[in-house]
Design a protein around this ligand. Sequence first.
Ligand SMILES: Nc1ncnc2c1ncn2[C@@H]1O[C@H](COP(=O)(O)OP(=O)(O)OP(=O)(O)O)[C@@H](O)[C@H]1O
Ligand SMILES: [Mg+2]
Length: 352
Amino acid sequence: MIARTRSSARPGAGPAAPPTSIIEARGLVKRYGGHVAVAGLDLAVSDCEIFGILGPNGAGKTTTLEMIEGLRQPDAGEVRVAGLDPVADGDAVRRLIGVQLQATALFDYLTVAELVELFAGLYDADASAARVAALIGLVGLAEKAGARVAQLSGGQRQRVAVAVALVNDPRIVFLDEPTTGLDPAARRALWATIRSIRDGGATVVLTTHYMEEAETLCDRVAVLDRGQLIACDTPAALVRALGADATIRARAAGGLDVTALAAVPGVVGVDAEAEGGRSEEIRLRSADAQATLLGLLALAEAEGATLTGLSSTQANLEDVFLALTGRSYEPGDEPPAATANGRRGRGRGRVG
Ligand SMILES: Nc1ncnc2c1ncn2[C@@H]1O[C@H](COP(=O)(O)OP(=O)(O)OP(=O)(O)O)[C@@H](O)[C@H]1O
Ligand SMILES: [Mg+2]
């Protein structure tokens, strides 16, 4: 099976040593023509963690991964993977890593088992039937082992790509949007697989657009926006740094005064699309949801505004992104569905 023990993996006893970085990037820059895709990025990934990179389309996630994997040469900056330079020491780094690319071209005419066996052979790794079956089982495709790749659904192909990334029992696994396009059950199953990879002593670096995935799966999350790192910490610490327990949303016909919203009890931040100082779309970060709800209702009554779609939810990474950038997170692979209050956020202003 994939699980194995490394001397570096999760020492069980004694005070925890400071985590060692298995990946370090300093001042990474990548330009495409005049466009700066990655703009001076510093990252440190600890050994045996699940490290998530979150950011909207075009934020630079794939470009960053490709520079770490040695598939793209940075224009500036430095990368070390287990102390090695992924470009200069390419062969050594390739032996240590497993890569699932965002778009993988698989060999359609092979069966799943043949494909995994082929890649295991290419890596000079264990290509025995037992090992191939174990890898296929790990990604939940046991009953498709004999099916041709061409006959698989999009989500199943995605899972084959993950199995292929694991053939060489990598010390570091890079997964570029591994769960995009998977149904919720398959997504959860892949989370379990990713955890078992980590628990087996490997480091996992993945990109995602799913806030819930970043929050529940990742030990730490880097938030990228426009090629820059805007935050990096545990999901809990990122949310805690907001200083808000809850997010309260509502739509107010006629609008509410943004300054008055900021003065509602418990409010620590107002994200609002304001016109003439009034906002119809209301999103309040609150340190005291009950006080804020009561205060908001009172304000609406005093201003003669009707509130609809009133909701209070626990603050999450989406709120972190909004608070840091002033923009709503627009997931790339989801349709532009209405937000909780019925409209897409555009060009929001912020108070607090
Ligand atoms: N080969 C390329 N040539 C020119 N521009 C590129 C190339 N690859 C990426 N870019 C640009 O660089 C920026 C970052 O792209 P990248 O693929 O790293 O983003 P991403 O965060 O992975 O986005 P997504 O969530 O859509 O996968 C984008 O503006 C993109 O258009
Ligand atoms: Mg990408």
